[in-house]
Design a protein around this ligand. Sequence first.
Ligand code: SF4
Length: 514
Amino acid sequence: MKLSVWTYEGPPHVGAMRVATAMTGLHYVLHAPQGDTYADLLFTMIERRNHRPPVTYTTFQARDLGSDTANLFKTACQSAYDRFQPQAMIVGASCTAELIQDDPGGMAELMGLPCPVIPLELPSYQRKENYGADETFFQICRALARPVEKTAHVTANLIGPTALGFRHRDDITEVTALLEEMGISVNVTAPYGASPTDITRLGAAHLNILMYPETGEAACRWMERELGLPFTKTVPIGVGATRDFVAEVAKLTGVEPKLEESRLRLPWYSSSVDSTYLTGKRVFIFGDGTHVATAARIARDEMGFEVVGLGCYNREMARPIRALAKEYDVEALISDDYLDVEQRIEELAPEMILGTQMERHIGKRLGIPCAVISAPVHVQDFPARYSPQMGIEGANVIFDTWVHPLVMGLEEHLLHMFREDFEFHDDAGASHHGHKAKARQAESIEEPVAANDPAVPAETAEIIWLADAERELKKIPFFVRGKARRNTELFAAERGVQQIGIDTLYEAKAHYAR
Ligand code: SF4
């Protein structure tokens, strides 16, 4: 048992639903208890799809457990086929159905339905949503894709975009445009928008573009082995990555590398004078492995931020994320426990978080600006407007999104200079967010303050802040104050200093500035 407050990923059958819902002409029969239909809302409300997911649930109830749940499954399968006449079906169990061991795959096979039926074995108690999507798409490819004649001109498959994917809809458009500039057309995009018949044509392409390793890598590896399709390893999120991606595609296909950069604004925007104040902003990055890895590169090399910590929740990506953290000289956090992430963020006291909707909650609680870079996401991250993350326009979108939560340069400067202002003060929030400014709290620190904040490491818990030092600390702008407090306390603890006065504060400052 594990106590969970939030979960970054759903159970694996939600991953299977993401594949089924992304596709056309495919139906999913899911052996599941009454109530599991809640998952429909992910698609009809969060992604705002205009039709129900192609999923038939057996929705067994407590009283069914005493009788024949297996027959319930068979009836559901037959009526799903009769009603929807799909080109192919996938069948499987949700967490509860896994326990009653009815074997949906075996039963469906014996029914002799007139379309391919693909059984899914998704271990709900060991694996999660992304695995569910990856495995489902792999099984669909394995069952349906066969070697076929290659297209006469160079074509590529786009692999990995699913329903409920963070910006998948617009990433497809962007990557399609990148390829078209090089004279490469798209053979099949899958699972997003593909039918089972389209899956049978995958082998006609000259290469696979693996857009999202989390949801497409198993299928790409299988196609490489069985259909001789090489696949790309670079995910084109960010300027550098997009250029590398174009070079990689050119190398794999033998076509000329070409990238139309006239609409690319990120490099100039981030080197223009207004962005100078972004340099060295300390950021913490968390999300799925792919989006974290690409965000780290953009943050350091394209925005001039300092990456002070990074990690991912999907352990399938633990190895590359650990290697990446080494390269950035930070410690990797591989955890799906929201509280671990919150604790790490508190320890590092970054000036900005790039994360998921969970990190937005953490940021809100700690007063740290946050931009969303990865699923899981709320409804506003399925926007009506064009908002890719990949390619040229993706880089432009990312620049705007990441800068927006920060206090703007002029206001930051005002905060440094006029700390007593009634309007611009630490608690007021960034003016361009339209917060109603809170009145400045009267200065109340007269007594010495013990460092008994739960975020303070145990070795510094005995340290006392004298009132003048505490007042001096308050002069440091709020977004770097957490770091300054922590550094000073560590500095004092290492020297056995019990009380922090102004001298200790400045000695610590000089020490860390060296
Ligand atoms: S079967 Fe799984 S997803 Fe459905 S209600 Fe039970 S635990 Fe939740």
